[in-house]
Design a binder for this molecule. Sequence first.
Ligand SMILES: [Zn+2]
Length: 380
Amino acid sequence: MESGIRLGKIWGIPIGLSTSWFLVFGLLTWSLATGYFPEEYRELGTTASWFLAVVTSILFFGSVLLHELGHAYMALREKISVRAINLFIFGGVAQIEGEPQTAGAEFRIAIAGPIVSLLLAVAFGLLWLLDQTIPWLAAPSIWLARINLILAIFNMIPGFPLDGGRVLRAAVWQFTGSFRKANRVAALSGQLVAFGFIGLGIMIILRGNLFNGLWLIFIGWFLQSAAASSYAQSTMQQTLQSLLVAQVMTPQWPQIPSKTPLSLLMQDQILRGGPRYAFLARDGYGRDETDRRPLGMLSLTDVSHVPQASWPFTPAEQVMVPWEKLVVVQARMDLLNALRVMGEANVAQVPVLDDAEQMVGVLSREQVLQTIRLRAQLRV
Ligand SMILES: [Zn+2]
């Protein structure tokens, strides 16, 4: 992610401001103070123009934030968590966890942002109607009304991942009943719109306006890469959500006596290309069949924290993570959720439990990746 500062939290969602946003803020304030305000409202002095420019830029930032909060609010209502809201050079992004489960939810989350922008445009427009005779109120309100209207319209361009592209995806999804098809159509629309921007940018440059042309090409290029990566991500998330841990886990796991020296584990298993972890049996080999829970788990990372010279004298139980402290996943969880749990705990493999809380397998990140790759190759 880009570097930036944290502004705080709203509804538990961290709000971030990327460093690139300060560039926009500076440029915007400067162009309002030296261009728009003095040209449209001559009666404002230089100081007032600069002051109003700063206030207007802050209100513009607030408008973008409210647009993103619109998406976030709907996502939370649909029981989808929002990881963060980030404001950067092209506006804002609400990072929503996972894909909506229904076309209706996708539509509501996507449309909420432009609706907020439209309402803001109307509100600032009304304010302008009321205060036309007072220049220091009229100037910012008409500019904010216009920019919010532009935000609403621009975001409704039907090119994924713009809001309009998401609305299009929801519509195709609703109409065909297939998320895959909808996702493909949306990705294509995103590419078309992106190349449209680039083409328009080139035309404008040929007509002599280098800055505006380059800006459009920049936006097009950004949309194109965003469309491609969102498509890949949606496809991946869809696959992960459609699979259960039980379908991918390994139902066997390496089990060693608790006193096994680390050197033996390394020689006999890990250095031979076997699994990079082992479970420690309760009471050596003769374990109680009704309790399949091991004593603990040992991974290559745990072993690597011990100096190699001590491996022959260090029993596995001394380095293991005890069962009670292990991060576990449920066999009935979907893979997306399981990967999230593993990601948060920063572990490469976890024991899998059934409904009776007994261990039934192991899930590793490597395995998940292999499964995804294989399924993509076989198109299943
Ligand atoms: Zn939006």
